[in-house]
Structure formats: C-alpha cells, structure tokens
Design a protein around this ligand. Structure first.
Ligand code: FAD
Ligand code: NA7
Length: 446
C-alpha cells in the first residue's frame, strides 16, 4: 500500500485529510496516511495560543494570530463547498466572524470523520530526504523525546508560511527604550492602550494591527509604509507616513521628515517561507506571492512529482482554495489525474508566473487567484461552488474597505454554496469588544 506523509494539520492539512476521507466514503481504496503535527491539536494558526517564542518543549511557536482577530475577508469567500456555514451552525451567521467562530467551523467538518487517528500530535518533522524511490522522514516526538524514521512514497508539505517572521533592523533599534515586536508575537491590543504605537508595513497585518490598537485605546498609531501606502481613510488617531528612517531615543523619524514619539514599534513586515526540515533539492524558495515558481498547478514540485506543497501562495482565497488543491493532489496520488510531460509542466508553470508578473492592481490579483481556483476545480470532484460570485464578493469587499476601513466588517453577503444571505451582525465591529463564539452567535432572530 502507498504511504503518504502529511506535514502540518492547519487548514491545508485538514483539507488533505478531508479529501481522502471523501474518496474513501465513495468506495475508493485510499493510501495509508500519516499526518505529523508539531502542536498538540490541529487547526494551525486558528488554534490560538497565548504563547510566543517557544513552547514547553523549546520548539518555536508557529502561531501568529491574536485575541480579537476577526476574519479580514468575507466568510462567503472561504466557505467549504462540501460543508456550509449554515450546515455547521444550523442557521445563517454574519459575514465576518471572529477567530473562535472560524476555528469552530474548520474543526467541525473534520471532527465528523475519524481522521484524527491518522495524526501524530506533538511531533515535529525535522528531516525529509528523497533516496531515489522513497522519502525518508525524520520526526521528533516532543513529549517522549524520541526520534522516528519512516519511509513514504509521497510527501505533502502543509506547514503554512505565516509563522516565521521576517525581522528587519532599523538604526536606533538597539537603544530604543520601548518595546519592539513582530506581528507574529502580537497577542493582545490591550497592551497598547494609551501608548503611541508605530506600525511598520503596508499589508494585511499592518492594516489590522493598526485598527486593533486604535480600537482598544492606543493614544496614537503611526503606520510607516516602505513602498506604497495602504491609503485608506484612516480614523482620527491613525496616520500613514513614509518609511522609517531611524529611531532616536523614543522618537521615530521618518523619511518624509515626520517625527513621532513612540512607546512601541510593531514590525508588520511579513513572513519567510521556511522549511528547515527539507533537503535543498526539495525546498521551495519564494517570497510571498500569488504563484510561487516550480509548482505545477501551484502544488506539484516540478523536480519531484511525489512531493506536494499546499497553500504556499499569498492568499485572497483560502479554505476552498486549499480544498481544491488538496482534491487535486489526492487525485494525482491516486493516479486519477495523470501529469503531463516535463515540457508541458514547465510551460504551464511559466504561463502562470508570467500572468502573475503582469498584475497591476488588487482587482487583478483577485481575478488571478479566482482563475487559478477555477482551473484547479475543473480537475476533481470537489463539489460545485460559485467562484464568479466569490470574485464579485471580493471586489465589493475591496470597495467597502476603501469607503470606510472601520465599517467594512459590518456588511453582509450571499453564500456561494447555499445562496443564503448573511444577517447583519448585532454589534458593529468598531464597538464589538467581545469576540467570543457565544456572543457572536447570540444573534437575535429576524
Ligand atoms: P497554518 O495554519 O500555518 O498551519 C500549519 C501547521 O503546520 C501548523 O499547525 C503547524 O504547527 C504545523 N507545522 C509547521 N511545521 C511543522 C513541522 N516541521 N512538523 C510538524 N508540523 C508542523 N485567512 C483567512 O481566510 N481569513 C483570515 O481572516 C485570516 N487571517 C489571518 C491572520 C493572520 C495574523 C495570519 C498570519 C494569517 C491569516 N489568514 C487568514 C491566512 C492563513 O494563512 C490561513 O487561514 C491558514 O491558516 C493557512 O493554513 P495552512 O494550513 O497553510 O497553515
Ligand atoms: P505580507 O502581506 O507579506 O506583507 C508584508 C509587508 O511588510 C509588506 O507591506 C511589505 O512592504 C512590508 N515590509 C517588508 N519589509 C519591510 C521593511 N524592511 N520595512 C518596512 N516594511 C517592510 O505580510 P502580512 O503579515 O501583512 O500578511 C500576512 C498574512 O497575515 C495575510 O494573509 C493576512 O491575512 C494576515 P513592501 O510592499 O515590500 O514595501
């Protein structure tokens, strides 16, 4: 029997487990799957921890999510085609749920089956090499401090790429008298109440952490962008200025001459694709982009077709894209999808990379990833889902953000899976301080 190693059980790993489970339900014989998860539970980034730095075993904490994190995109864009929000919660829920609600949803689908017994928890994969016919996988059982060596026919890497922070240094950091942290270690905006906060970066983390700090009472938030400002209509108390030049004592001095007193610097400077466990010939090397090179259909390693990566793209689409990827990979492993020859593979990769390199704006980024998702979807029996509606929802969401960055999360959309309409949440996001599942779901009926 073929053996598959699945590394990581965040949303991508769970999509992989679900895809095999669905094939088995339809009567197909599936390979043996061993999933490795370095945390004590599944769910990846959505499995919140207060910890930063290292865990109780000295292993790096992968989590980058924080308290009060609400979905930054409409839930209708990430809904599973085979398990709707309506099915999970028994009723339509608002479009922008907090983290705990999305965690419940992700886990809800996989909990229904018996995939958990395929997972070795608290187990860190420390080495993967290919010997010409098989992959040798070394793993560390963190609890019992035992190293295991197993052989596999296939390896699926689903270890995420928002766990290892990219931390630049600016002059003056060495002697800055306040706190300097990366968004990876940001856990609670309450810490910055009444503080002057400087946020560096101009992408999703910078946007959301600036808003969080503002919402929870920071005295001021100054965002320093390096290339392009986000340019939203920021509320009073948040401003966006050009590129940090240096810190002098408590002062943050920007290249546009702006000077700001700062108590804390939060580096929202992104993450590294980091695979210390993979041998060089198997290692994906990329920045955060929509089509990392060397991956056929975004998932099959060009140099070894028995190695797969899930979710390595920059992400507009998430959970249903991970599903489309997992269903595709499953069918390659189960030989239902036949890969074309090397030349065809190279041509296909080059086509997508070239298309990505021609993208000029956010709207085209949404179009690109929607087309990619539609392309993958064609190959497998992943259930029907209206990607055209999702494309339009993403574009509307972008407009809502431009209109008012504080209120975009109060909007509602139609499900691309069930067609049902999300209710408007009972409390506007700006004033909703309690992000618990109980409070969120306590929606008065119409
Ligand atoms: P992860 O969720 O990172 O899971 C990877 C798993 O692999 C982890 O469980 C980890 O423990 C495990 N692992 C890593 N290395 C090893 C190893 N060597 N051995 C064994 N196990 C290992 N997406 C949205 O759709 N909506 C949002 O609102 C949203 N907000 C976000 C906010 C933040 C701050 C961040 C960082 C990301 C956000 N995302 C959001 C995107 C997020 O990347 C995806 O939702 C999703 O978590 C990606 O899933 P994944 O399985 O690829 O990776
Ligand atoms: P991203 O989206 O990869 O963005 C990284 C940001 O960091 C980006 O704006 C970069 O600006 C900026 N950056 C990188 N290096 C620097 C330096 N040296 N100085 C200033 N700014 C810098 O990561 P995020 O964390 O925002 O988002 C990741 C995920 O988390 C995402 O999926 C969200 O859903 C949540 P640049 O444009 O290169 O100037």
């Amino acid at each position: 029997m073929k053996k598959v190693a699945l590394i990581g059980t965040g949303p991508c790993g769970l999509s992989m487990l679900r895809s095999f489970e669905q094939a088995e339900k339809k009567g197909h014989k599936i390979p043996e799957i061993v999933a490795f998860e370095k945390q004590s539970d599944w769910g990846g980034l959505w499995n919140y921890t207060w910890r930063t730095g290292t865990d109780e075993y000295g292993d790096a904490v992968p989590n980058s999510m924080y308290r009060y994190l609400w979905s930054n995109g409409p839930k209708e864009c990430l809904e599973f085609a085979d398990y709707s929000f309506d099915e999970h919660f028994g009723k339509p829920i608002p479009s922008f749920p907090p983290r705990a609600v999305l965690f419940d949803y992700i886990i809800g689908r996989i909990k229904k089956g018996n995939s958990k017994n395929k997972v070795r928890f608290d187990t860190l994969v420390t080495g993967v090499t290919y010997n010409g016919t098989k992959f040798e996988v070394l793993s560390l059982d963190k609890k019992n401090k035992k190293i295991h060596k197993d052989l596999f026919d296939y390896v699926v890497v689903s270890t995420g790429h928002f766990s290892v922070p990219y931390i630049p240094e600016y002059p003056g950091m060495y002697s800055f008298p306040g706190r300097i942290l990366h968004s990876h270690d940001f856990r609670d905006a309450e810490e910055f109440r009444d503080k002057n906060v400087v946020v560096l970066g101009s992408s999703y983390s910078a946007e959301d952490i600036a808003l969080q700090c503002h919402k929870y009472g920071a005295k001021s938030v100054t965002i320093g962008y390096r290339h392009n400002p986000m340019g939203f209509k920021w509320p009073k108390g948040i401003k966006e200025v050009f590129h940090l030049d240096r810190l002098e004592g408590h002062k943050a001095i920007f290249k546009d001459g702006h000077v700001q007193e700062a108590d804390a610097i939060i580096l929202c400077t992104g993450y590294l694709h980091h695979f210390p466990f993979l041998s060089e010939d198997l290692k994906l090397k990329t920045r955060n982009r929509l089509y990392p090179p060397k991956l056929y259909k975004g998932v099959v390693w060009q140099d070894n077709h028995k190695l797969f990566y899930l979710g390595m793209q920059d992400q507009f689409h998430t959970f249903n894209m991970f599903d489309c990827q997992a269903w595709f990979v499953r069918d390659v492993i189960m030989e239902k999808i036949k890969l074309p020859d090397k030349l065809e593979i190279e041509k296909d990769i080059n086509k997508w990379v070239a298309m990505e390199e021609n993208i000029k704006n956010q709207s085209e980024m949404i179009d690109f990833q929607t087309e990619y998702n539609k392309e993958l979807h064609k190959f497998s029996d992943y259930p029907k889902i209206d990607f055209e509606l999702i494309r339009n929802i993403f574009k509307e969401w972008e407009h809502h953000k431009v209109e008012n960055i504080l209120t975009y999360r109060n909007k509602s959309f139609l499900s691309a899976v069930t067609g049902s309409e999300a209710p408007i949440h009972h409390t506007p996001w700006e004033t909703a301080m309690d992000d618990s599942l109980k409070t969120f779901l306590n929606q008065p009926t119409k």
